[in-house]
Design a protein around this ligand. Structure first.
Ligand code: BGC
Length: 408
């Protein structure tokens, strides 16, 4: 992945002409022929100054897309993967995507958000239904790259534009756009968060179990790339011991079994790295059953779930990667509305490219900025953004920790 402007380094801006060509290829038969000047954005109604930083928590950027929404035709179908590997899909992605579509002026009949409940077959059926109902754009967060690529190839063959949402579908069609966070950086936050926690909690001789996400999700590979890169010098120097890295999963019950087996075989494990709050919670439940005291056994996570945040306040999780899905949803809807109107995605919105390792090609991308959240900055991030309310967060065992963290 080659992420965009600071803090992630190099910008890979694709020229307007290339973007136009890519977008037209993505739109297939529904797209308009290129205008005589390929360096301008035809009829983009003054919205081409949107950048990845435009998408604030008040959704105000969406109003700029109203005339574009009026210009486009057909349904935007959103395909979300499941409800069990993260609370994000139903608690954040669905409502924020819905809010973004509505703020841009789409009616309820012009977009549809489905959740495949973990079944690739169900996602295929939902995609087919969207196509029957006149979809011109599909926004896909695939369960795995193989099933996602089949849905995308079929859509492409029918002239429907495709956006990879959050997860890159390896082997997807040429000309698609990817909207996500900088996922290698997500992994680096996790690795660095583990290191600072090991120091803060004074863990002597860290023996770390690395518990990756599902290997069929390209994001899991990018997260692992990030945290393994950060932790490698510690393992190489002998400061930390890597106890193991069992086959990855996003399923918390499998994580629970894996952790239990590993902890029984290696009772010296005293830290876990995982890129998901629900997987961390499976580990933490085991630690609590075994009466391991707080602030002695670092774990990590991602998604800023309510449970993850409570585990942080309880001293069982060091931190979580907070990805403001308000921004991801708005960016995806903005891209969808350009494609639906048969227009290229404005270059200023595309701040990076991401490698599809299967087709060995770069996919134009909008890559947003994640944050590492610990007890010290929950108040200044999560609470300030109204991601969760203090009333929901500060219950029972975490009441005192909330007060200590200045949350009220
Ligand atoms: C997402 C994470 C999520 C995980 C499990 C990843 O692709 O980026 O936010 O925790 O899938 O659903």
């Amino acid at each position: 992945m080659k992420p965009g402007p600071s803090p992630f380094g190099r910008v890979t801006l694709v020229s307007a002409a290339t973007v136009l060509a890519l977008a037209l290829a993505g739109c297939g038969s529904s797209s308009k022929p290129s205008s005589s000047s390929s360096t301008t954005t035809p009829g983009s109604t003054g919205t081409s100054n949107l950048t990845p930083d435009s998408f604030t928590a008040d959704f105000s950027a969406m109003a700029q897309l109203k005339s574009l929404a009026g210009k486009g035709k057909g349904l935007v179908g959103v395909l979300l993967p499941d409800t069990t590997t993260s609370t994000r899909y139903e608690s954040y992605d669905r409502p924020y995507l819905t809010q973004a579509f509505k703020a841009a002026g789409l009616s309820n009949a012009q977009f549809k958000v489905d959740n495949a409940q973990g079944s690739a077959q169900t996602m295929q059926t939902q995609a087919d239904a969207d196509i029957t109902n006149g979809a011109t754009v599909l926004l896909i967060d695939a369960i795995d790259s193989g099933s996602g690529a089949a849905i995308e190839a079929n859509a492409k063959s029918k002239g429907i534009a495709v956006i990879d949402y959050d997860r890159l579908t390896l082997g997807g069609p040429k000309g698609r756009t990817y909207v996500s966070f900088d996922n290698v950086n997500v992994g680096k936050f996790i690795g660095n968060g583990e290191i600072s926690c090991i120091q803060a909690w004074k863990v002597n001789k860290p023996n770390i179990l690395i518990m990756d996400g599902d290997p069929t999700d390209n994001n899991a590979k990018l997260f692992a790339q990030g945290y393994n890169e950060v932790l490698k010098p510690k393992f190489d120097s002998g400061a930390y011991v890597k106890v193991g890295e069992p086959a990855g999963t996003w399923t918390p019950s499998i994580t629970a079994t894996n952790f239990d087996q590993q902890f029984t075989a290696h009772p010296n494990i005293n830290a876990v790295v995982t890129p998901n709050d629900d997987n961390a919670n499976a580990v933490i439940a085991d630690l609590q059953r075994q009466k391991i005291p707080p602030k002695t056994f670092p774990t990590t996570g991602q998604d800023a779930s309510l449970t993850g945040l409570q585990n942080i306040l309880k001293g069982f999780q060091c931190g979580t990667v907070y990805k403001p899905i308000t921004a991801e949803a708005q960016a995806a809807v903005a891209v969808a509305l350009y494609l639906r109107a048969g227009e290229p995605v404005p270059p200023a919105l595309l701040n990076g490219t991401t490698k599809d390792t299967q087709t060995n090609s770069e996919v134009q991308s909008v890559l947003l900025t994640p944050k590492w959240v610990t007890a010290d900055n929950i108040n200044a991030t999560i609470i300030k953004d109204k991601w969760v309310t203090p009333a929901d967060l500060c219950v029972a065992a975490v009441k005192q920790a909330c007060t200590a963290a200045g949350i009220q």
